[in-house]
Structures are given as structure tokens and as C-alpha cells.
Design a protein around this ligand. Sequence first.
Ligand SMILES: C[S@@+](CC[C@H](N)C(=O)[O-])C[C@H]1O[C@@H](n2cnc3c(N)ncnc32)[C@H](O)[C@@H]1O
Length: 242
Amino acid sequence: MNKGIIYGVGVGPGDPDLLSLKAYKLIKSAKYVAYFKKKNKDGISYSIIKKYLKKNVITVSMPYPITTELPFLSSEYNTILSKFYDDCCEKILSIISTNNDIIVLCEGDPFFYGSFMHIHSRLKNKNKIEVVPGITGMSAAWTATDIPITWGDDTLTIIMATLEEEEIIKRIKNSDAILFMKIGSSFEKIRKILIDLSLFEKAFLIENASMLNQNVQKLAEVPTKSLPYFSIIIVHGNGRRP
Ligand SMILES: C[S@@+](CC[C@H](N)C(=O)[O-])C[C@H]1O[C@@H](n2cnc3c(N)ncnc32)[C@H](O)[C@@H]1O
């Protein structure tokens, strides 16, 4: 086992003030910082905390090999991403093998649909890894609407918009509050489902929650358009209360 520690650090949803004190202390003193990013773009997690880094910090960017989403079940998707995460682990191991610690930045919370989980699962039995939780994008999203998400014994269901229509409808029918993530090219599908289930008028679209370009709208007022990657649709719960 290497002596260096891998820290998976949640940097929150976008506002650099929404970091935990623990994350802030680690980031401020870090010598090595790794982060995922889309090809030809600044990493969002890196952009969030850039201003806190030491001048001589060494950064390791890990650009995703895929920009458009292939179906999750395609073997091509799995092969490409699996190799990518293996390569990321190699990069990280090469640093901690010199007895240095490394921080891997994660937007929101690392264990909530975060890429860091793929590093964690590959290296957890080989190296010391510490995970620092972060405020999730969904928490920033419902806060941005200024309406509570769940009351009393409401059930909140978090649905990936990439699921099949039939599956989504089944899950909505067992929920009080509903939140859609990973919307992208599934926007039309979600709109249709919410219209069919008479939930459309209650729904909100939140783009870039807690970021400088945050945008909150009633879904019914949003024209058909392509959404930014950081988009969430919410139907708030309305349950029991005193
Ligand atoms: C791969 S998941 C990452 C989730 C992240 N680890 C978290 O804790 O929020 C990416 C999805 O999270 C949602 N998301 C994350 N942060 C967001 C934000 N600040 N504003 C809006 N949506 C966000 C979007 O639906 C996006 O498609």
C-alpha cells in the first residue's frame, strides 16, 4: 500500500461558498489536485475551487473520452469508460506512490452519481481513500426554487431522465416529490410524461443551481430547447404538516 492518501472531495453544486470547511482546508493546502472534465472545456469542479488553490499546485486533468452520451447498456460505452477510469487510476497511483497525497475533485457529492465512485471502487482495497461529502446539485436546485422539497412523510424519488418512459411513469406513481437529473436529450420525454400525468403545471426547471448563471423557471413557461448539462426538474412534495 502507498503512503499517500487519495481524497475524494465534494466541492458542492457551484457556489464556491458552499464548500464544507473540511473540503476547504484540504483544497487550500493541496499539492496535487486531480479533476474530471469534458474535452476542450474547463472542469466545472476545478472552476469552483480554483481561487482557493496554492500558487504552485500541480493539477492533473482527466478529460472524458466521450462527449455525447452513448446508451448505458452499450458494450462500447462500458469498454471506453472502463479503460478511461483504469487510466485515471494509473495517473493517481503514480502520484501517491511518491508518498504524496492527492485530491480528486467532485462536483456536488462524490458518492452521489459522481465519477469519483469509479476510482473509489477500483482503488479502495489497494490504497487509503477518504471521501469528503459535499452539498448536492439537487439540494441547491430546490433551494433555488424557495419551496421545500418534502413535508412530513412525503416520499422523494430521484429519477434519471435516461430511464425508459414506462419505468419513469411507474416510479412517479409511487412518489410525492419528484426530481429529474441527467435530462439532456430526454427533455421532451420528461415534458410529455409530466403533461400526461397532470404534473406539468407544478414542475420547475432549475439550470446551473447556485452558479452565477443560475436560472429558475416554471416548466410550463420554458420553451422546447436544449438544456445545459446542469439542469434539474422538480415537482415539490405537498405532504402532511401541522
Ligand atoms: C453525474 S450527476 C452528478 C451529481 C453530483 N455528484 C451531485 O452531487 O449533485 C450530473 C447531474 O446532476 C445534476 N446537477 C448537478 N449539479 C447541478 C447544479 N448545480 N444545477 C443543476 N443540476 C445539477 C444535473 O442533472 C446533471 O445532469
